[in-house]
Design a protein around this ligand. Sequence first.
Ligand SMILES: [Zn+2]
Length: 59
Amino acid sequence: MSSVHVAPVGDLIEHDTSGENDCVCGPSSRPVKGDDGSVGWVVTHASLDGRELTEGESG
Ligand SMILES: [Zn+2]
């Protein structure tokens, strides 16, 4: 099984893209089916600088 990491470039932290789901940002992974029928994983990392956040946290 292979995994593909999608991590923000130039983020505040260095994302660990060597493990399956082992980064400090708490990435989410989902299975994807390749053209050859094999199933891999896409690990989507979250950016910690808030660029993906559209909602402010209360507090
Ligand atoms: Zn990460």
